[in-house]
Design a protein. Structure first.
Length: 273
């Protein structure tokens, strides 16, 4: 729209005016800073990733953006001190899928949590970044991790900070219920498809299992099936954690037979069978 690359516009209108010093828009700039290397779990151990980020052509504009926690909070300060940015915090969706994390709506870029907390989470290869904001208290906290298993630590940190400085109790990471209700095989069971995977939710002798099968051999091999249980009325959760976190998938919509139309884990997988 401006006749320039997204990254050039980003630097011209945000990075330079805000005086941000540790910002990289691509790997070529990241190597000029103290760029962290991501770590992923392999055979029960954390090992460095084989590449720093997802390939540029595979992601939308801005997805290679990296910065220090200090610069990230300086960007958040702009949202807290300029009233024109309050519109970005207004709900844009009537409802959002239930992932068990306390998110009740979406603004423009912001996840809207209970108790008025805003947030956003970024994920790259073996790295996760978190920012949580309590606008009413003028408090923000950023946590950057270079491990796929950094989420529990991040939740502990920003939970403690917001509790102490803003008087807010954040929603903890979801865990399987002690006595889950049975999964409805007629409504929830079936095969769901994304651009990359076919996902099968099968119920066998009262137990439910999830299997991801890549649609292209370049993506990888089929994953071992993972047991899931019901989490509330419209979600399922993995029994065993991966990298310290139980994955939650939301069951969305109904077709003419009363079956779920989508299985949602941040990206919607549509029913094909």
């Amino acid at each position: 729209m401006r006749g320039k690359r997204f990254h050039d516009v980003l630097r011209e209108h945000l990075v330079i005016p805000l005086g941000l010093r540790a910002v990289a828009v691509d790997p070529y700039e990241a190597i000029l800073h103290r760029a962290a290397v991501g770590h992923v779990e392999a055979d029960g151990e954390l090992v460095p990733t084989q590449s720093w980020a997802v390939r540029y052509h595979c992601v939308p504009s801005g997805s290679h953006l990296a910065m220090s926690a200090r610069d990230l909070l300086e960007f958040v300060r702009l949202h807290l001190t300029d009233d024109t940015f309050a519109a970005l915090r207004e709900p844009q969706l009537g409802s959002v899928p239930d992932f068990g994390g306390g998110i009740v709506g979406w603004g423009l870029g912001w996840m809207l949590h209970r108790d008025g907390v805003l947030g956003h989470t970024g994920v790259s290869k073996g790295q996760k970044a978190f920012v949580r904001v309590a606008p009413s208290a003028g408090v923000a906290v950023a946590v950057l991790t270079n491990s796929s298993g950094g989420e529990p630590m991040a939740y502990e940190i920003f939970g403690a900070v917001l509790r102490e400085l803003a008087g807010v109790e954040t929603t903890p990471l979801p865990v399987p219920p002690a006595n889950p209700a049975p999964i409805d095989p007629d409504r929830m069971g079936g095969i769901y498809r994304t651009t990359a995977y076919d996902i099968t939710l099968a119920v066998d002798n009262g137990r439910a299992f999830l299997t991801h099968c890549p649609r292209n051999s370049c993506i990888g091999k089929p994953e071992n099936r993972v047991e899931v249980v019901r989490l509330g009325d419209s979600a399922i959760i993995t029994v065993e954690p991966k990298s310290g976190v139980h994955q939650v998938l939301s069951v969305v919509g109904s077709d003419e037979l009363g079956r779920a139309r989508f299985l949602h884990n941040g990206a919607a997988a549509y029913r094909i069978g």
